[in-house]
Design a protein around this ligand. Structure first.
Ligand code: C2E
Ligand code: CA
Ligand code: CA
Length: 753
């Protein structure tokens, strides 16, 4: 029975050795390799002992017993380098090589011992089950012992040093290895020197040793240390953590959680869930406790078989984050320049303002704009522009102390406010012309205009009222003398009509909705047709005939006017060609050049191209440009007029006397004809700029060898007036309205008679 147990013991020991040999080499580390080699030697020892024990052949038994002893040699050698690795001290290559030589000699002597009996002799003893060869030390055995003991010495030295120089948390692994070594040595010595026993306990112990060595090398974790460190982390964390077991009782709670959550609340998972108003599934919520904001994350935990094992609560302190978010929000809603709300901020606070004030009517949304804010920036610099904005914001702030109002800078040069209708007049008056000091004792005259709308329907949003107040402002800006304008439905309709016109303008050209009419000019001396003016017309399919006074300002604003003008010029040239070919008319026709064209293209080259294309003489095309075009780029205008005249075109100053300094125009601009503005004909001489001096100017114009065409001649009185200033030709309803080309042909024929 006992021998079976011994056999089983040896099998188990060998199997364990084998398993951990594989495990060790699998690690593919220096430590793993050296442990693997130790364990191989252990396995060889176990197998050799097994052979010794089971064999009956004397020599085999001798040889097996020798192999055992040789394996101890190598086991100790490998053990030394294993401990070297384990304790992390640098290897002494010389010592290692020295021992390799020693061990090689020693083990060679041992393995040849069955033949030469140098180191020990053998005696056979009867075991329980069979005979076993045992050794009797001889003269040279001391050498074998010395080699082995010196290595044991090194091993023990290193382990003791490791134990002494390492924290108690890590010492355990050296203690395990040291203990194993000592125990194995003890078993071996007992087996060698105690003749009575034939069972080598060390061999049975090898498997266990293999297991512990493996654990000490690879799986060892200083649990106590980890627990301590974990506690340290838990206690010092600013996040409160609580862990409950599967019954909902506290498993672990850190100091922060204890101070944060009342005992009766935290005592069970369910009471904490109720306090946090959380459901029993993975969840998170925001909770404010003691003025701090926490993001609470609740996680129930399940094991791999889906059994509920417990749950965790973590309270992340997000107070700082919240504050930052608030700050960022503020940045996004405040205008950094003036410190008042920007558009987003204004809109956000508007609803609350209306709610707080319980506004049901009598309040207005007003948008106040700075006239020509871009001009102020351009003329005085953006810093001055900033000053202006700050000053206006300050004034709004002043009002807001005494008036229940909300205000903000909602666009570059625009302020929007919600205020009681009763205060509107006061604020508008005070904010119509403001003098704002800028650097160097200079000040800027700022003109403002305001568009407003009464909030009559509180179901509509402030955003809605803001949009239509903007329309009112845009309308208000159109006329320089306007200061404030209330929104009306007509404005919206006009706005819509404007948008339609702009949206359809390109298509309208392609569809041929634009065409020209001619208005004859009559020579005041000969009473015959001396010329005509081509005027554009838009016949819209649904809106009907649209006056140029409506669409031309729109097109001048978006630049489309140049397309229209080129179309008119081309159409006029084509008409001139056709009329002279037919022999119907060989005089001239005037066309209009918008001030926008002056910078948008090379007008002179364009006209040259057109006359060449239609083969007409340039002097048959008269080019009208208003004197107000000077307000833009005077040099460009003068050079354009010069090159037109050089190319043989006739240049006319249109609407003379209506705006800009007319005297300057006369002095500076190169021209052939002056068209006196219609206002001159109306009884508005008092308003007419330079009205009285027109007579004097007429003389000057003639002195400059230029002709005078009088516009807006509507009746006989007007004709007399035109004759009075010695005008050369007249244009107006008295003779004819602008008419289609065919009609113009008839008109010419009629006047010839
Ligand atoms: P404008 O160049 O001063 O053209 C004369 C305008 O006065 C024309 O108005 C004409 O119909 C009108 N008119 C002529 N005789 C009389 C009269 O006896 N009494 C009154 N009350 N009005 C008279 P229309 O055709 O509506 O053109 C208005 C303005 O539109 C023009 O003023 C001109 O500035 C602009 N415009 C017209 N066609 C073109 C064009 O092809 N290109 C450009 N750039 N502007 C154009
Ligand atoms: Ca004209
Ligand atoms: Ca005119």
């Amino acid at each position: 029975m006992e021998h079976i147990m011994l056999d089983v013991g040896l099998y188990i020991s060998a199997a364990l050795c084998l398993v951990f040999i594989v495990q060790s080499f699998k690690k593919r580390t220096l430590l793993g390799n050296s442990l693997g080699r130790v364990l191989i030697m252990m396995l060889i020892g176990v197998v050799a002992y097994y052979v010794n024990y089971h064999s009956t052949n004397e020599y085999i038994m001798y040889f097996a017993e020798s192999t055992c002893h040789a394996s101890y040699d190598w086991m100790l050698l490998f053990m030394t380098s294993f401990v070297w690795e384990l304790t992390g001290h640098t290897k002494h290559t010389f010592l290692k090589n020295f021992y390799i030589v020693l061990v090689s000699i020693d083990s060679a002597a041992i393995l040849t011992n069955p033949i030469n009996h140098f180191i020990f002799s053998y005696h056979i003893r009867q075991g329980i089950f069979n005979t076993v060869a045992l050794v009797d030390p001889k003269a040279f055995f001391w050498m074998h012992l010395l080699v082995g003991c010196s290595m044991i010495g090194i091993i023990i030295f290193m382990l003791v040093r490791g134990i002494l120089t390492t924290s108690r948390y890590y010492r355990v692994r050296y203690e395990i290895v040291g203990g194993l070594c000592l125990l194995t040595m003890l078993f071996i010595l007992v087996f060698i020197y105690d003749d009575r026993t034939v069972i080598d306990l060390s061999k049975l112990f090898m498997g266990v040793a293999a297991l512990f060595l493996n654990v000490a090398s690879f799986d060892f974790q200083p649990l106590r240390l980890m627990r301590n460190l974990q506690n340290y982390v838990d206690e010092n964390m600013s996040d409160a953590t609580i862990i409950y077991d599967n019954k909902g009782h506290i498993l672990k709670i850190n100091a922060k959680a204890k101070s944060l959550i009342a005992e009766n609340v935290r005592q069970s998972r369910d009471s904490l869930l109720a306090y946090l108003e959380l459901e029993d599934e993975e969840n998170r919520t925001i909770k404010i406790i003691n003025d701090c904001t926490y993001e609470v994350v609740y996680k129930p935990k399940y094991d791999d078989r889906n059994f509920y094992v417990g749950s965790t609560f973590i309270f992340y302190d997000v107070t700082e984050n919240m504050k930052r978010l608030e700050r960022e929000h503020k940045v996004a809603t405040i205008d950094s320049l003036t410190g008042c709300y920007n558009r987003a901020g204004f809109m956000e606070h508007a609803d609350k303002f209306i709610e707080d004030k319980e506004i049901t009517g009598g309040y207005v949304v007003m948008v106040s704009g700075i006239r020509d804010f871009k001009g102020i920036n351009g003329l005085y610099g953006t810093r001055a522009g900033d000053r202006v904005l700050k000053e206006i914001a300050r004034r709004f702030a002043d009002y807001s102390f005494s008036v229940p109002m909300l205000y903000g800078r909602t666009a570059e040069g625009k302020f929007t406010s919600i205020l009681p209708l009763d205060y509107l007049d006061k604020i508008v008056n005070e904010l119509s012309h403001v003098q704002i000091p800028i650097e160097d004792e200079m000040s800027v005259n700022v003109n403002m205009c305001h568009g407003f709308v009464v909030m009559s329907d509180m179901t509509k949003s402030v955003e809605y009222y803001y949009e239509i107040a903007l329309l009112a402002l845009a309308e208000c800006k159109k006329n320089v003398s306007n200061i404030v304008l209330e929104y009306s439905d007509a404005m919206a309709m006009e706005q819509r009509r404007t948008q339609t016109l702009i949206a359809e303008m390109h298509e309208a050209v392609e569809k041929g909705e634009f065409y020209i009419e001619l208005q004859p000019q009559v020579d005041l001396k000969t009473n015959s047709v001396s010329g005509a003016e081509a005027l554009v017309r838009w016949n819209h399919p649904t809106l009907g005939k649209i006056a140029p006074t409506e669409f031309i300002p729109l097109f001048e604003e978006n630049g489309f006017i140049s397309n229209i003008d080129k179309f008119v010029w081309e159409k006029t040239a084509e008409t001139l060609k056709m009329l002279s070919d037919e022999g119907a008319y060989d005089g001239s026709i005037s066309v209009n050049v918008s001030r926008v064209d002056v910078t948008a293209m090379n007008v002179a080259e364009e006209f040259e191209r057109i006359v060449q294309k239609y083969g007409i003489e340039p002097e048959r095309l008269h080019i009208e440009i208003t004197e107000s075009a000077c307000e833009g780029n005077k040099e460009a205008l003068i050079s354009m007029m010069n090159s037109l005249r050089d190319k043989g075109f006739v240049v006319e100053i249109d609407d003379f006397g209506s705006g800009y300094s007319s005297l300057n125009a006369l002095m500076e601009l190169p021209f052939d004809v002056v068209k006196l503005d219609m206002d001159f004909m109306r009884d508005k001489e008092a308003d007419f700029k330079g009205g009285v001096i027109v007579n004097a100017m007429a003389g000057m114009i003639h002195d400059l060898d230029a002709r005078i065409v009088v516009e807006g001649v509507e009746n006989v009185d007007n004709v007399k007036k035109a004759l009075g200033i010695d005008g050369d030709a007249a244009q107006g309803y008295h003779y004819s309205r602008p008419i289609p080309v065919e009609e113009f042909v008839r008109f010419v024929k009629q006047y010839k008679k």
